[in-house]
Design a protein around this ligand. Structure first.
Ligand SMILES: Cc1cc2nc3c(=O)[nH]c(=O)nc-3n(C[C@H](O)[C@H](O)[C@H](O)COP(=O)(O)OP(=O)(O)OC[C@H]3O[C@@H](n4cnc5c(N)ncnc54)[C@H](O)[C@@H]3O)c2cc1C
Length: 670
């Protein structure tokens, strides 16, 4: 009998951390990625990664505070056990990464330096300049190569995951519904083949491209998540999409200006006088409107992203107060020492200068919100840990002694085989593609943590499943080959159908997959992001139905039999349309406002009806929007009691005459 192998799809931080952990358990891993793993989207991450450390602890911070902030930030929609475990585990993640050689910024005394980030009054974000993701990814890549050299890891770069292989899915064949491998395509030769795997970890990142222009990379289509969804995996909280407040709008995409800019003192403002066309340097302090500092004196510019985004949107779109009447506000760092900015934020200073043509050390940046992250994702489960307070804890106030210790296993049981397993046995979801950790809003610098935590902590659960559960009893090499052949044929048929549509001339507009994709993005951005309403969401669902009909007639522009990228993208457009429809439907059904999901027609949080996880399941036997059946499952709230999420907002006063008074001219120390 061959040794059981595990498949990891995705070579970003979540995928590589999983590979390292599973290989350390002595289990061979096949790693698939559409791009070289060091080009995975994680490489773009800028600002940092959250964890309590000794310096933070001396200020009164604790792992428990990190947990409480994350649950509050996510508006109580995250299950609390996994978040507690992640916060408790976080310092160990940083220690490990440090030992692997990540060049974290340090203080003069040699301690790891910390910076402020949104949703916290404490410095608890570790960083490596403003290129943190790159440093982390390269460190984990090095560890992966170590296992590769030892023969435990085999990399399949430029291979695209197409479909999970699930036993029992095929009529007339035996099986208990577990995942036993994948079908993938070599993006160079276009060969499609099946791979056996005792377990499959999906670590395929976010779905920003569903919304057209976003801060994400061009491979972040969500196609892989959609394929798992179509094959039977449930999708959790699809409607929870994060729009980041500070990005540089661009013709091709939006480039992020990391929250670290505000963490290092950046101030958001607009001129007090509508239409003021003076250069920013000519506008004196008392004629600037620092609206975040005015409305949220406690957190100032460091309110969580959904709040900052809605405020910027309100100022620009509703009040028409954007710079020069446009949808832009200033993000100003010019009051800081340029040398300090280069040291702390060099990476993003360069990006701004390159794409906007101005040096942000000397001129305020012009920014506007852009789609950034998906809190929703493939639904996963977990086994609770040992922390069981008699009553849910009240708010954990800064500086209070934590009510529990931070030992591993308090939030989730260590090595439980079902930790971060989807509803399909043997199929796991780690990293951004997983829905578990961020509820209705992710706090900045918690994503990198959740990715690495998933890999290192729940990688152990994958090893348990492989060695103790069904694959141990019925090894994967005994699975009937016909199951794999069936899925290969299914995927080959899809490719053949697309290739058959190629004709001599360019496809007409209504059948061009690139234009269908663009229209989808524009529609989703307009209807399903900052402000949603019943009417607009229904209009969006109608548009998506039209696009799905057109996609059924789509014509591929390129017949190439080698490295056909238009095939890969066109295929993904079909999968993105399904994800988009599910997101729009879930947005329509959640008749409340919570975190990033803001319904103008239901502006309040409604715990009675909606303190619940949205779970969508796909039913291919139905048509159109009926294919998505949506139900609500209870959220774990037994550790911290839900409380109103206001971030100390000071209610808006009636509008003052433009230019009348000074509005919050002094910086607020957060
Ligand atoms: C500009 C930017 C800056 C950010 N900065 C921060 C930050 O400072 N701190 C923070 O906490 N978070 C940050 N984030 C969020 C964070 O970077 C991501 O959430 C995180 O890196 C996602 O990692 P991942 O491992 O889940 O997926 P990714 O890094 O996106 O990797 C996905 C992997 O899946 C592979 N893949 C995808 N589809 C397929 C397929 N069909 N077949 C085969 N392989 C496939 C890809 O090739 C890739 O290897 C930032 C995000 C952006 C956009």
């Amino acid at each position: 009998m061959q040794q059981q192998r595990v498949i990891v799809v995705g070579g970003g931080l979540a995928g590589l951390a999983a590979v390292v952990r599973i290989a350390e358990a002595g289990i061979p891993v096949d790693l698939f990625s559409m791009v070289p793993v060091k080009r995975s989207h994680s490489v773009c991450a800028q600002g940092g990664i959250n964890a309590c450390n000794e310096v933070a602890r001396q200020q009164g911070y604790s792992e428990y505070q990190h947990f409480d902030e994350t649950i509050y930030g996510g508006d109580y929609l995250a299950d609390q056990g996994p978040v507690l475990e992640m916060a408790n585990f976080a310092p160990k993640v940083i220690d490990l990464l440090d030992r692997m050689g990540v060049p974290f910024n340090r203080t003069g005394e040699g301690q790891r330096d910390l910076r402020l980030f949104g949703g916290s009054l404490f410095k608890r974000t570790h960083f490596a300049g403003a290129t943190t993701g790159q440093q982390l990814l390269y460190a984990l890549d090095e560890q992966t190569r170590r296992h590769e050299a030892a023969g435990l890891v085999k990399k399949y770069e430029f291979w695209e995951f197409l479909w999970p292989v699930i036993e029992g899915e095929v009529h007339g064949l035996e099986g208990d519904g577990r995942c036993v491998g994948i079908v993938a395509q070599d993006m160079r030769t276009m060969q499609i083949r099946a791979f056996r795997g005792a377990a499959v970890v999906m670590a395929t990142g976010g779905c920003g491209l569903v919304f057209g222009k976003s801060t994400n990379s061009v491979i972040c289509t969500g196609g892989a998540a959609s394929r798992c969804y179509q094959a039977g995996a449930w999708y959790g909280n699809g409607e929870m999409i994060q729009v980041h407040p500070t990005a540089i709008p661009g013709a091709d995409k939006c480039r992020l200006m990391s929250e670290s800019a505000r963490g290092e003192g950046g101030r958001v403002w607009v001129p007090q006088k509508k239409g003021d066309d003076r250069t920013p340097a000519d506008i004196p302090e008392n004629e600037r409107w620092y609206f975040l500092e005015e409305r949220y004196p406690k957190y100032g510019n460091l309110v969580p992203r959904d709040i900052a985004t809605r405020e910027i949107f309100d100022v620009c779109v509703n009040d028409g107060m954007g710079i020069g009447g446009q949808n832009q506000v200033y993000l100003d760092l010019t009051h800081k020492d340029p040398e300090y900015l280069t040291r702390k934020l060099g990476g993003i200073m360069e990006i701004y200068e390159k794409f906007a043509g101005e040096d942000p050390r000397h001129a305020p940046m012009r920014i506007f919100p852009a789609v950034h992250y998906s809190m929703g994702g493939v639904w996963t489960q977990f086994t609770p840990g040992t922390y069981e307070p008699e009553q849910p804890w009240h708010e954990h106030k800064p500086g209070m002694a934590p009510p529990i210790d931070s030992e591993v296993g308090r939030g989730m049981r260590v090595g439980a085989p079902n930790n971060m397993m989807t509803n399909i046995p043997g199929l796991y979801a780690f990293g951004e593609v997983n829905f578990a950790f961020h509820g209705a809003t992710r706090l900045g610098a918690n994503a990198l943590l959740s990715c690495i935590f998933d890999g290192l902590f729940s990688g152990q659960s994958v090893a348990s499943y492989v060695t103790q559960e069904s694959p141990a009893e019925r090894p994967i090499d005994q699975v009937d080959q016909s199951i794999y052949d069936h899925v290969v044929q299914q995927e080959q048929a899809k490719v053949d159908r697309l290739l058959d549509t190629v004709e001599g001339a360019e496809p007409a507009d209504d059948t061009n997959p690139y234009l269908i994709g663009r229209e989808m993005g524009q529609e989703m951005e307009a209807a399903c992001t900052v402000v949603k309403t019943d009417q607009r969401l229904r209009q969006c669902l109608d548009k998506l139905a039209e696009l799905r009909e057109r996609y059924g007639r789509a014509r591929l522009p390129d017949p190439a039999a080698w490295t056909n990228q238009s095939l890969s993208y066109s295929r993904a457009v079909g999968d993105m349309l399904i994800l988009a429809e599910m997101i729009a439907k879930c947005s329509l059904l959640r008749e409340e406002s919570r975190g990033s999901h803001y319904r103008l027609d239901f502006p309040d949080r409604d715990d009675e009806r909606f303190l619940k996880t949205t779970v969508a399941a796909f039913d291919a036997t139905k048509g159109g929007v009926e294919q998505h059946s949506v139900e609500y499952r209870p959220v774990q709230t037994d550790l911290v009691k839900p409380r109103p999420r206001t971030y100390g907002k000071v209610e808006k006063e009636p509008a003052e005459p433009a230019g009348a008074a000074s509005r919050g001219a002094e910086p607020v120390s957060a």
